[in-house]
Design a protein around this ligand. Structure first.
Ligand SMILES: [Zn+2]
Length: 162
């Protein structure tokens, strides 16, 4: 919720595209939209946390503008790497014993995306305890909504369920 507040976002669903200027002006984060051929076909987006740069191919950006739930999650995952200052290049070069760190940073970026897209306080206030309701309310995938609810249930953070 603090990240949402900092980004001037309310408690509801939000569009990603209008955030770009704000990210650049207020936080020095540059989001470069590059031509599709400049990035391998299987890459949806990439980021360089030490330089505060995110690169998104046009194909992913178009999906983001259309409100595609997976693409929105991808954007927030990459933003998580930037805000949490993950040193991805270091991890990429590191040996196998460091692999767990890399996995941690992936987990943390996913967690950042899930929390900023689906704040627990809003889930509780609006009683979005059904994955379909949650997915629809926040424009996230059914899978992301299900995982979020399972996790909150496990942590006993859902209030007044049933
Ligand atoms: Zn990642």
């Amino acid at each position: 919720m603090q990240a949402r507040h900092t980004l001037g976002l309310g408690p509801d669903r939000f569009q990603v595209a209008p955030l770009l200027d704000l990210l650049t002006v207020n936080f020095g984060i540059d989001v470069d939209i590059v031509e599709d051929h400049e990035m391998s076909a299987h890459i949806e987006a990439e980021c360089f946390p030490s330089q505060l740069i995110m690169r998104i191919p046009e194909r992913t950006w178009e999906l983001i503008e259309q409100g595609d739930s997976r693409a929105r999650f991808t954007f927030m995952h990459e933003l998580g790497h930037l805000i949490l200052q993950h040193d991805l290049s270091l991890h990429r070069e590191s040996g196998r014993y460091e692999h767990k760190c890399y996995e941690d940073s992936e987990w943390q970026a996913d967690q950042f995306a899930a929390e900023i897209l689906m704040p627990v306080s809003v889930i509780n206030n609006r009683k979005l305890f059904d994955a379909y309701d949650l997915a629809e309310f926040f424009d996230v995938s059914l899978q992301a909504a299900s995982i979020r609810l399972q996790q909150l249930t496990k942590r006993n953070e859902l209030q007044g369920e049933k």
